[in-house]
Design a protein around this ligand. Structure first.
Ligand SMILES: C[S@@+](CC[C@H](N)C(=O)[O-])C[C@H]1O[C@@H](n2cnc3c(N)ncnc32)[C@H](O)[C@@H]1O
Length: 413
């Protein structure tokens, strides 16, 4: 089974740029000391995601240390999540650039630009040559300054593009904003940040308000692409709120993570799974070096995804045969299986007998990842009473969307 799509890897030039920024900020200290300084900062940032939220969202952008810590560690990860998400918009969901004129992108909660610059880089990697205007919005002026600096330092990665920045608190969107329309609106790991405000009466309301403000800024064939950290509460909230927004406006459709505009059934059910992707990644040398004593998870990129747009969602089929993997692969003595959310709104276990698989076929099967979309060409009789679908062989399973990063692009020749 071959990947359906190869996506560009995170550029080494950007990795080097972030490391040089850190070295130039503290030229007097040794590499070991610098690594330790960054590690201490990252422990604070990661505790914020994993344990307690006393590290305020504003703290990302206030100090050089938090920006350089994020830049050298998390930046490549949120970039990669957006590469997968925007890759799906282009390669599966039918996003196309305007026939002529510039591509206009709005990046809400852009920070130092991981998600926005990832989109610019992907568009250029595909040979799309429209001029691109990226408008980055964040309330941290320091982060926006870093974004501009990186953009102009590495022009060759995104030729003929322009970045404008606006310092704005997303909790108070201004009327002014709704006048412009965009081909692409992205929110990379930023929506959940709005839930943190202790002063806000109802942070969830504010979160929904931001989501509701997006459609008015979309062109008729534009897409809003949202990634969030892979935590069940955040992913459920993302899916529930996206469904609400699409119900409020009958012309607006949900394009992802599922099919034919369907809402995420997991957000309302007691399923043990929640909608998110888990993609293997090759960590950068800098990330590995920083992580050595920290032991954070760096070999996987995990994220929740939602896509909204006015175009009719592309039809990939609507039966039990088409599904998105929502579980890891489970290898037992006699069987290999995964859980899929099917295009008929139901959850099935797709199961192979190991005796039906050659060694190479088993490897192929284990190469599938949570988030891949496949089609199982099996007749209805293959469905048993407990929503289990027996697949008689690998020749019956076809990838519809199986993206992988082409890491060989980064290797020196
Ligand atoms: C986790 S970072 C993500 C940054 C970037 N989008 C990425 O993909 O790496 C969240 C960003 O949201 C910004 N943010 C949080 N709350 C905000 C608000 N109310 N208004 C504007 N920006 C906000 C923070 O300053 C930070 O840059």
């Amino acid at each position: 089974m071959q990947p359906t799509t190869f996506l560009p890897p995170f550029p080494q030039a950007v990795e080097k740029w972030w490391w040089m920024e850190a070295c130039n900020t503290w030229p007097e200290i040794s590499e070991d000391k610098l690594l330790n300084l960054i590690r201490k900062e990252l422990v604070k940032q990661s505790d914020r995601f994993n344990k307690f939220r006393d590290f305020e969202p504003e703290s990302y952008g206030k100090r050089d240390l938090s920006i350089l810590g994020y830049g050298n560690f998390y930046f490549s990860r949120t970039w990669t999540a957006m590469t997968y998400a925007f890759g799906e918009a282009i390669h599966l969901r039918g996003w196309v650039p305007p026939k002529k004129g510039p591509i206009r992108i709005l990046d809400l909660g852009s920070g130092t630009g991981a998600s926005g610059l990832s989109c610019l880089h992907m568009i250029r990697s595909l040979g799309i040559d429209n001029h691109i205007q990226l408008e980055a919005v964040d309330y941290s002026s320091k982060s926006l300054a870093f974004l501009k600096k990186l953009h102009s330092a590495k022009k060759e990665l995104w030729s003929d593009t322009r970045v404008t920045t606006t310092r704005l608190d997303l909790k108070y969107p201004s009327e002014e904003n709704y006048r412009k329309k965009y081909d692409l609106i992205i929110l990379g790991y930023s929506l959940n940040e709005l839930l943190d405000d202790k002063e806000q009466d109802d942070p969830e309301e504010c979160y929904k308000q931001v989501l509701h403000s997006i459609p008015a800024q979309l062109k008729s064939n534009g897409l809003a692409v949202i990634t969030e950290p892979a935590q069940s509460n955040l992913c459920h909230l993302l899916q529930q709120s996206s469904a609400e927004v699409s119900k409020t406006d009958k012309d607006l459709h949900l394009h992802a993570p599922y099919f034919n505009g369907m809402q995420c059934p997991l957000a309302e059910s007691n399923s043990k799974f929640f909608s998110h992707e888990v993609r293997k990644t090759l960590p950068l040398a800098t990330v590995e070096k920083i992580n050595r004593p920290l032991n954070l998870e760096i070999r996987e990129v995990k994220f929740g995804l939602s896509m909204l747009g006015y175009a009719i969602p592309r039809n990939l089929g609507n039966s039990y045969q088409v599904c998105r993997l929502i579980s890891p692969l489970k290898k037992r003595k006699g069987t290999v299986s995964f859980i899929g959310m099917a295009a008929n709104d139901r959850e099935y276990t797709y199961e192979f007998q190991r005796r039906d698989l050659e060694k190479e076929e088993l490897n192929d099967l284990m190469y599938l990842a949570r988030g891949d979309i496949v089609k199982a060409n099996m007749p209805e009789e293959a469905i048993s009473a407990n929503e289990r679908i027996r697949i008689s062989g690998m020749d019956k399973l076809h990838p519809l969307y199986m993206p992988r990063i082409n890491h060989s692009e980064n290797k020196p020749s």
